[in-house]
Design a protein around this ligand. Structure first.
Ligand code: ADP
Ligand code: MG
Length: 670
């Protein structure tokens, strides 16, 4: 055997004498063999006729890894009997065939797809097992922390009992001797397991329990560490391994490790890619849904507002009831679209620093009512829960949606647990997800003991409109939860087992600000909006809005509240009214995004004509956000859609505000 040290040794013959001095002499033949041309040389040593065969040995990458040589004593050779002759020939043949197998495995694994590595490994174990005539061949892989191991692949000869199911999650600690050998990259080669040292008592016991007579374990070595091992058991008869076979099996081990590591790397990459694709498709679906919801919501606002006006004006009780029903239904539709908007993140949310426990406690009554009597509601709230920053209606929506799903999953009753805790997301965890940062989080855990989900359902659960509930489901519950949590910079983990139940872990980043300084009241007193207090005194309001139904509605509401109104269907129209017809409005109420000119530009122009107050109305978050930056506060912004009292309150506030603050000029911001 031509070893890596460049030393020629006997390896098959019982004579292990070194042939170091001959190395130089054989160099040309070795070089030829290395280049793929097998060589045969006869020479004379101390009157003995010797014949040497040289043949190339290939490494996994296909390059020659060394040269195998067989040295025959021709004089002895000639005296060999037929049986001995046969044996030598068999050995040679075995070695060449084995080498051939390894070369083939090397080529095959070099091109195997990551998804087919498992299959290929399985097949390879079979090939090695049948060829070496053992009873069982297997691969164990160590866990990432190196503390445990799993039997991942197994091949058994016919009539041999598979063991793979019994060999999962073993701790390395339970077999200290063996673990130490493998960790030191040593091969364990026991032709008779009872000859293992005394320290290997446990190992002996385990092997004996499986009727194993001989065992060979070869560590699987990745660049830096031992990641597992390949094992060969002989059950029916003892087996001692020739050195060259072990060398070849080591090469097989290297081939396997490389394939396994590549498959793992590719799997991680694929998972990240899948997450990215899903995140993107969620985004675009959400945007689409949000777009529809936005327009729909404006229509609903008009229906709602007219219903309110009608209800007040009708005297017939029957009619009033019907209109009230109309209002209630439109309100439900608006709630539904609110969910869509949230999902599309078009809703303007005002996050506040809050203690999640308080939100859960405030919902306690509602949750009990929602889940009914068959379901036991348990709240396990962490003491000293860190504050988090999120919109209150949004986080309430999250809790309610999750609780509703839990209820639906437990028609026969069960336990719904809502728990909070402080958690740290470490780097290892964060790296597994594309959009999770490491750091401190508040965890909201909602778990049920319900029907659970199949992996297919679980993988689609967050998709907008995905529902397994037929007409009873909207498929918006979880996608809304997803939108809210993402908007708050959080992360969701779903764990579900069919028939066992589901756990949703919501991670929200810990807010850095202190609680007291920013905390808003949990349920701000709904401004008991007596429309009367927002009535006008004949002030003139110039309304600029291109959507006719909304414009008419707004004008009507303003007139009824005691204002005078002038309508403009566009900025140009408004400019004509002011500059040519001398309209002197006290307040400009304008849309923000309009075809010819933006609301702020219009305001700027009219201010030079003496206009003092402006109120913008918009349904676009982007517009609101952009304006908020310029205006410093929300005083002059009205989020569409709005109800009558919200409009009147905003108008009143804008009118009573100091005129110079209505300026949109950027240099007024400090
Ligand atoms: P909906 O509840 O309207 O069907 P969701 O978005 O809330 O829509 O949920 C989507 C789907 O996810 C449900 O139809 C159901 O199949 C599954 N699901 C959600 N939560 C649970 C849960 N706690 N247990 C079992 N399945 C659930
Ligand atoms: Mg739901």
């Amino acid at each position: 055997m031509w070893s890596e040290q460049g030393e020629l040794r006997w390896t098959t013959s019982s004579d292990t004498e070194h042939l170091g001095s001959l190395t130089a002499r054989f160099a040309p033949y070795i070089a030829q063999a290395r280049a793929g041309h097998s060589q045969s040389v006869t020479f004379d040593r101390d009157g003995q006729q010797l014949e040497v065969y040289f043949t190339a040995l290939h490494a996994p990458d296909g390059n020659p890894a060394g040269v195998a040589s067989v040295i025959l004593n021709i004089a002895e050779h000639r005296q060999l009997d037929a049986a001995e002759h046969q044996e030598i020939e068999n050995t040679l043949r075995h070695r060449l065939a084995f080498q051939d197998i390894i070369t083939r495995l090397s080529t095959q694994f070099a091109s195997v797809l990551a998804t087919q590595v498992d299959e290929a490994l399985q097949a390879a174990l079979g090939v090695l097992g049948s060829f070496t005539q053992v009873d069982r061949v297997y691969i164990f892989r160590f866990s990432a922390d190196g503390m445990a191991m799993d039997n991942t692949h197994e091949w058994c000869a016919e009539g041999i009992e598979p063991q793979i199911d019994n060999l999962q999650g073993l701790t390395l600690e339970s077999m200290p001797w063996l673990s130490a050998r493998l960790r030191h990259r040593e091969i364990v080669n026991a032709a008779d397991i009872f000859e293992l040292p005394d320290e290997a008592a446990t190992e002996k016991e385990v092997l004996a329990a499986q009727d194993i007579q001989s065992v060979l374990l070869i560590p699987l070595i990745d660049e830096s560490s031992v990641v597992g091992f390949i094992g060969f058991d002989s059950v029916r008869r003892a087996k001692s391994w020739p050195e060259e076979d072990i060398v070849l099996l080591r090469i097989a081990g290297e081939i396997f490790v490389r394939a396994i590591q590549r498959a793992l790397a590719e799997r991680d990459k694929r998972q990240l890619e899948a997450q990215l694709v899903q995140a993107r498709s969620m985004e675009s679906l959400a945007r689409l849904a949000g777009g529809v919801a936005h327009d729909f919501n404006n229509l609903l606002a008009i229906i709602l507002n007219y219903a309110k006006i009608l209800e007040r004006e009708l005297s017939e009780p029957d009619h009033r009831t019907m209109v009230r029903e109309l209002f209630a239904t439109a309100k439900r539709a608006a709630d539904l679209t609110r969910q869509l908007l949230l999902m599309g993140r078009r809703d303007v949310v005002t996050p506040v620093v809050l203690n999640l426990n308080e939100v859960i406690q405030s919902l306690d009554h509602l949750l009990h009512q929602m889940v009914g009597e068959r379901i036991e509601l348990q709240c396990v709230l962490a003491r000293d829960l860190a504050p988090t920053k999120v919109g209150i209606p949004q986080i309430e929506q999250v809790i309610v949606n999750l609780a509703i799903n839990a209820r639906d999953a437990m028609p026969q009753g069960g336990v719904l647990t809502i728990a909070t805790s402080n958690e740290t997301i470490d780097q290892a965890y964060a790296l597994r997800y594309i959009d999770v940062n490491q750091g401190e989080y508040v965890r909201l855990q909602v778990s049920d003991t319900g029907v659970g989900m199949t992996p297919e359902v679980a993988s689609r659960a967050f998709e907008p409109f995905f529902s397994t509930k037929g007409d009873a489901g909207t498929g918006l519950g979880l996608s809304t939860v997803h939108g809210i949590v993402k908007q708050a910079g959080g992360h969701i983990e779903l764990n579900s087992q069919l028939g066992r139940g589901t756990t949703m872990d919501i991670y929200l980043p810990v807010a850095s600000a202190t609680l007291e300084s920013q905390q808003a009241p949990l349920h701000p007193e709904e401004d008991a909006a007596q429309s009367t207090s927002y009535r006008g005194n004949g002030e003139l309001i110039l309304v600029v809005e291109d959507a006719a139904p909304l414009r008419r509605l707004v004008c009507r509401m303003l007139e009824k509240a005691g204002y005078q109104v002038v309508e403009a269907i566009s900025p140009d129209d408004a400019i004509v009214l002011v500059e040519q017809h001398g309209v002197r409005a006290d307040l400009l109420l304008t849309d923000v995004i309009m075809p010819q000119m933006s609301g702020p530009d219009l305001a700027q122009r009219l201010m030079s004509q003496g206009l003092a107050h402006v109120l913008y109305m918009s349904g676009y978050e982007a517009a609101m956000v952009a304006l908020r930056g310029v205006l410093q506060d929300d005083q002059h912004l009205l989020q569409k859609p709005f109800l009558e009292e919200e409009l009147l309150r905003a108008v009143k506030r804008a009118l009573t505000d100091a005129p110079e603050r209505s300026s949109t000029s950027p240099n007024t911001t400090h």
